[in-house]
Design a protein around this ligand. Structure first.
Ligand code: PGA
Length: 246
């Protein structure tokens, strides 16, 4: 069976519990007719997950965490384990987001350990990779992202057990996106790597209603990881609709 396009909303550290019910009912207006055509995923701040989970029961939307710790449990003040996310109702977890790599100095080895922990807990890790502006300008983006991917994905992890999210660091939150041909070339490159044949690759970085249809119509784009434009239900709904060709 052909996998559905996955449209993942990463709320980062935005939103409030009081706004969840209105958000879900607004979004459901866009998505209820799209059952079986697309899988929308919400990755809210972890504190919202217990309130959001029951609101999603009668919808086609899934839940994901924004990050998890690499250990299954332990003395890690402020952290959340993959098992806790699973227990709270998550199906996915984002690992290796560039904001975590830069603000928390997470290495690809850490990201790999988190992805492993996610799998062990029964979650599907969405493993983020992407080149810096410097790497893009030097013409080494393909090589840089290939290396980062090899270092971030656990050895031997089957391509059905994880997704990649290609997010050029310079495109995140900037309003700038790569040329469509550059997105297509990167996705094709990743999907062609030895050991990664056919891996599903989401695109992320300034996806919005105005460009979603063009980006999502690229054959090698398996879906999108959406930050800012996932915060408004109508914008996110328009992107989810675009994934179905609407
Ligand atoms: P953006 O963020 O859509 O706001 O660029 C994407 C991301 O950080 O995953």
């Amino acid at each position: 069976m052909h996998a559905l396009p996955l449209i993942v909303g990463n709320w980062k550290m935005y939103g409030s519990v009081g706004a969840l019910a209105a958000y879900v009912s607004d979004l459901a207006r866009h998505t209820s007719a799209l059952a079986g055509k697309v899988e929308p995923v919400l990755c809210p701040p972890a504190l919202f997950i217990p309130s959001l989970a029951p609101l999603l029961h009668s919808t086609t939307m899934a839940l994901g965490g924004q990050d998890c710790h690499a250990a299954s449990e332990g003395a890690h003040t402020g952290d959340i384990s993959a098992k806790m996310l699973k227990e709270a109702g998550c199906r996915y977890v984002i690992v290796g987001h560039s904001e975590r790599r830069s603000a928390y100095h997470e290495t690809s080895a850490t990201v790999r350990a988190k992805a492993e922990a996610a799998r062990a807990a029964g979650l599907i890790p969405i493993i983020c990779v992407g080149e810096s502006l410097d790497e893009r300008e030097k013409g080494i983006a393909l090589k840089a992202v290939e290396t980062q991917t090899r270092e971030s994905v656990p050895e031997g992890m089957n391509i059905t057990e994880f997704l990649l999210a290609y997010e050029p660091v310079w495109a995140i939150g900037s309003g700038h996106t790569p040329e469509m041909s550059d997105i297509a070339a990167m996705h094709a490159h990743l999907m062609d790597m030895e050991g990664f044949l056919g891996v599903r690759v989401l695109y992320g970085g300034s996806v919005k209603p105005a460009n979603a249809r063009e980006i999502l119509s690229i054959q090698s784009v398996a879906g999108a990881l959406v930050g800012g434009s996932s915060l408004k239900a109508d914008d996110f709904g328009a992107i989810i609709t675009a994934a179905c060709g609407g």
